[in-house]
Design a protein around this ligand. Structure first.
Ligand code: MLT
Length: 312
């Protein structure tokens, strides 16, 4: 490996498969982005990128694993806003997002959708608001644990409605969506990267999108703010990280492959169909990610502390 021994004798980096850790269940939104990104990046790197799903504790187990992994250029993490919300949500977080990683760059921004099970009574968002306020904790809200964006979106939703649902956590929104499709839970806030095919196949009720403006991939879907939740916005962003101390040459090569993928039609077209927007070039860099992460830690930290939601 690059960190030790004679790089020339062992061949140039990368000379064996690279692990890309995903903090949530296979088949879900983060996994969809990771697998598609990995497939494109492996064309540039000449080595396969193996996606490893390490679920648990709202994504923080995966982050802890990568923070402690050998900094040899063969372990990376893809994570979303959860990297920025974790310090406020977890009083005993075993890693520091700002000091325990090397930063590679950002990938894409993804809107979320508020979904109900197909036979949930309310037909649209105004009816849902009324239903939610009348039924309170009789409404089951699925999420992917404390630190998931489904949790963040659900927390803001309950706050804006002034109601408290019963939360049902899963290892990712893939199993959460399966539960919604099976009628075991009532409501789920989840990313378009997973939900669009189910919305188009009419398998769920769509109450709205979580962006301030309507999105191209679902032009008929109203925003939540159009329907009474003024200013409601959750946008999901993705960063790629490595353990701190990863050789700068490995980070630079991984970053170059990332930036190539963000121009590769095989990746960009799939993302566009799923409602995701590739980030501008200024965010595709290590500095772009690091600066953004700090901003997001400040932003969500304040909101979460105000909501009083945390784990000991
Ligand atoms: C997932 O990949 O399962 C989701 O990103 C989980 C979430 O944060 O809601």
């Amino acid at each position: 490996c690059l960190a030790s021994g004679n790089a020339a004798a062992q061949g140039a980096y990368p000379n064996h498969p690279i692990s890309l850790v995903v903090p949530f269940a296979a088949g879900g939104p983060t996994d969809v982005v990771a697998r598609s990104l990995g497939a494109s990046m492996s064309k540039t790197l000449g080595q396969s990128i193996v996606v490893e799903n390490r679920t648990g504790a709202g994504g923080t187990l995966a982050s802890t694993h990568v923070a402690r992994a050998a900094p040899d250029g063969y372990t990376f993490l893809i994570h979303h806003n959860g990297m920025a919300t974790a310090p406020a949500l977890y009083r005993k977080l075993p890693f520091n997002p700002l000091t325990d990683f090397a930063y590679v760059g950002q990938v894409a921004d993804v809107p979320m959708t508020l979904l109900g099970r197909k036979d949930l009574p309310p037909a649209d968002m105004p009816a849902f608001i009324k239903y939610a306020r009348e039924n309170g904790d009789k409404v089951n809200l699925a999420n992917a644990g404390l630190g998931a964006v489904s949790q963040l979106c659900g927390m803001l939703l309950q706050e804006s409605l002034g109601t408290q649902f019963t939360t049902v956590p899963y290892a990712g929104t893939a199993p959460a969506l399966t539960a919604l499709l099976g009628g075991q839970v009532d409501v789920l806030c989840d990313q378009t990267t997973q939900t669009i095919p189910h919305i188009k196949a009419d398998r769920v009720k769509l109450y709205g999108v979580t962006t301030l403006d309507r999105i191209k991939a679902l032009p008929d879907a109203p925003t939540l703010q159009e329907n009474g939740l003024k200013g409601f916005e959750v946008k999901v962003w993705h960063g790629v990280y490595a353990p701190k101390g990863t050789p700068p040459e490995a980070v630079a090569k991984f970053n170059a492959a990332l930036r190539a993928a963000l121009k590769d039609p095989a990746f960009t077209q799939k993302m566009a169909e799923l409602g995701a927007e590739i980030v501008p070039e200024s965010k595709q860099t290590p500095e772009g990610l690091q600066t953004w992460l700090q901003t997001e830690i400040d932003k969500w930290g304040g909101i979460i502390r105000k909501a009083g939601v945390y784990a000991d």
